[in-house]
Design a protein around this ligand. Structure first.
Ligand code: ADP
Length: 309
């Protein structure tokens, strides 16, 4: 599958690199407002290809996206000193309007995979701007938070993260919800598994894991200014689910008709992802406090998105 990436900054280029290393695409085209940056990133990534999987990597303008099955949207502008979140959002909404127009001229049927933050609201903006069905405008959402959650639970239990099934729901951000009540290790509820291996999930352990997931981005930003490798790999994972029609269950964001009484809001839930985008959505079993937190998260996102209209 040919994959376009608009925005060849840290996140866009990390996604291109992860796609090349994983063999997630046959052809990757990088587009950026700065043609020189896109060209440099494409050349750098192309030099990794001889050590990885066959993949054509190049830079181009929007016309070069023709034939792309999926386009990753990683373009955005940085926050100016003192700028409010809402003003930043409005500027990024303008960027997306331009970008999506360019993408759709060349590749009207391409699925859109939104990476720019705040990803849930940007997913809703992309849906509105594109006119595509909601199932084909996917935000990376909590794919990475879910990966962090699984890996911290797995570390505590001394098992592989692949054997942990647990999701982070709602906003990709401060109001996200770690769904403990439905978390499983093997086929067992995590608490039962933990008791059997003598690694009890005490309140203290849960709080440590919660903090580890919720504060991860802040810690990384403090150390290196931004995050890109993890999300780059997460984006490549979503692309592979689409390309191979895997019907993998991934926590990604799309505009959802109703969540905890909140209508038409983009947020993450476990969703079945394949060739046609999101083909089904799961509502995990939630504890009362988790359901309340998911409702708050949905309300918050709805409120932010409505301010943009
Ligand atoms: P991140 O860390 O999210 O990747 P960056 O600032 O590194 O952030 O990357 C964002 C990229 O988006 C930049 O390379 C910038 O040139 C690009 N960009 C911004 N506006 C547009 C636009 N209208 N069209 C294409 N690319 C854009």
């Amino acid at each position: 599958m040919k994959v376009g990436i608009v925005g060849a900054g840290m996140v866009g280029s990390a996604a291109g690199y992860a796609l090349a290393l994983r063999g997630g695409a046959s052809h990757v085209v990088l587009v950026d407002r700065s043609a020189a940056l896109a060209a440099a990133q494409a050349e750098d990534i192309a030099h990794a290809v001889p050590f990885a999987h066959p993949c054509r990597v190049e830079a181009g303008d929007y016309a070069a996206l023709e034939g792309a099955g999926l386009v990753i949207l990683a373009a955005g502008v940085a926050q100016k000193p003192g700028e409010s979140r809402l003003s930043l959002l409005s500027r990024n909404a303008e960027v997306f309007a331009q970008v999506i127009e360019g993408v759709q001229k060349a590749a009207p049927d391409a699925m859109l995979l939104v990476a720019s933050n705040p990803v849930d609201v940007m997913t809703e903006i992309a849906l509105r701007a594109s006119g595509l069905p909601a199932a084909r405008v996917i935000g990376s959402g909590t794919i990475l938070d879910t990966a962090r959650f699984r890996s911290l639970i797995a570390g505590h239990l001394g098992i592989a993260p692949q054997s942990v099934h647990a999701y982070v729901l709602g906003e990709h951000g401060d109001s996200e919800v770690l769904a403990w009540a439905s978390a499983r290790a093997g086929s067992e509820p995590v608490a039962r598994f933990a008791a059997q291996v003598g690694a009890a999930l005490t309140d203290e352990v849960r709080a440590r894991i919660d903090e580890g997931v919720r504060r991860a981005a802040y810690r990384i930003i403090e150390g290196k200014g931004a995050t890109w490798y993890g999300i780059g790999a997460g984006l490549a994972r979503i692309v592979q689910a689409v390309r191979d029609d895997q019907r993998a269950v991934l926590s990604v964001s799309i505009v959802t008709p109703g969540v905890e009484g909140v209508s038409d809001v983009a947020l993450s839930l476990p969703r079945v992802v394949g060739r046609d985008g999101v083909v089904a959505t799961l509502m995990p079993e939630l504890a009362a406090d988790e359901a309340a937190a998911l409702k708050r998260s949905a309300e918050l996102l709805k409120e932010t998105a409505s301010q943009l209209v």
